[in-house]
Design a protein around this ligand. Structure first.
Ligand code: C2E
Ligand code: CA
Ligand code: CA
Ligand code: CA
Length: 279
């Protein structure tokens, strides 16, 4: 990160080491990218463990950059969060995801529930609720077709305004999940305050399964915790059959990961996972 060439952008470095100049340049690049519709979504299936059926899809953003090719979200989401561009980017992501659901429906396919990642900055103020209402109305979708994945750290702030917002989403029928569960600096107190539907076991715990006894204890504990609180639980980052088997034994509801599929472009996702809706 120390010797960036003149034409290297911040997203080849950590956002912390990038110079102010690089950051500004990348911010402008992102704005231009938003205007030119360079952001695309890939979709990763979530499978119900006991039936093996499709249980949802997670939308994961990529930047199809004219010079740099497909740029991964870790390379631009942090800067988008810092600069506030995440609000515009988040709106774009929501609109693409909703348009995709409508397209699948119009093609006669059974569209899965669509999970969207939401950064804390998007939960300040009422942009998100307005954006969601507008997108659902535009595409004639029901709120229950949407799921929001939020991270613990944000929810933990126990910010009154955020709790009200999450209650509103929940009352609309939107599903709410805690992403990367177990990795934040969290107390468990918020779990009883919030209208959550699903806990998502972080892939750092799944990676050690089935052999690592500590990871196995953690996944088992999260599964029991979720169920005792009336929530569902999904494991992310499931890469092999032994992990799947252990999670099934432990009572996990759903899985997501390379074992099932990498995140795919919309058409590949539809070919591999969507069926014609019964008419
Ligand atoms: P995340 O929400 O925890 O997403 C899961 C990440 O794990 C994705 O990386 C996915 O491609 C990857 N993954 C899925 N299955 C496996 C597996 O079996 N093994 C391994 N090693 N990895 C797997 P991706 O797409 O690069 O996204 C990284 C992070 O970027 C996401 O983590 C999320 O925090 C953020 N992100 C992605 N899309 C969005 C978005 O639309 N909005 C916001 N705010 N953040 C996003
Ligand atoms: Ca990645
Ligand atoms: Ca996620
Ligand atoms: Ca994760």
């Amino acid at each position: 990160a120390k010797n960036q060439g003149r034409n290297r952008y911040a997203f080849y470095t950590s956002d912390l080491t990038a110079s102010a100049h690089q950051r500004l340049e990348m911010e402008n690049d992102m704005r231009r990218g938003l205007e030119r519709n360079e952001f695309v979504l890939h979709y990763q299936p979530k499978l119900d463990l006991s039936s093996g059926k499709l249980d949802g899809a997670e939308a994961l953003v990529r930047w199809n950059h004219p010079q740099r090719g497909m740029v991964e979200p870790d390379q631009f989401i942090p800067l988008a969060e810092e600069t506030g561009l995440i609000v515009d980017l988040g709106r774009t992501i929501l609109n693409i995801a909703c348009a995709q659901l409508a397209q699948w429906r119009d093609q006669g396919l059974t569209a899965p529930r669509m999970a969207i990642n939401v950064s804390g900055a998007q939960l300040i103020g009422d942009h998100l609720v307005n954006d969601i209402r507008r997108a659902l109305a535009k595409h004639s979708l029901s709120a229950s077709q949407l799921e929001l994945e939020i991270t613990e750290d944000f929810v933990m702030n126990q910010n009154r305004e955020a709790i009200v917002l999450l209650d509103l989403f929940s009352s609309m029928g939107i599903h709410l999940s805690i992403d990367d569960f177990g990795t934040g600096y969290s107390s468990l107190a918020y779990l009883k305050e919030l209208p959550l539907d699903t806990l998502k076991i972080d892939r750092s715990f799944v990676a050690g399964l089935p052999g690592n006894h500590h990871d196995a204890a953690i996944s088992q504990t999260i599964i029991v915790l979720a169920h005792n609180l009336g929530m569902a639980v999904i494991a992310e980052g499931v890469e092999n059959e032994l992990q799947r088997e252990l999670l099934l034994e432990q009572g996990c509801d759903s899985i997501q990961g390379y074992l099932v599929s990498r995140p795919l472009p919309a058409d590949e996702f539809a070919n591999a996972f969507l069926r014609r809706a019964p008419s």
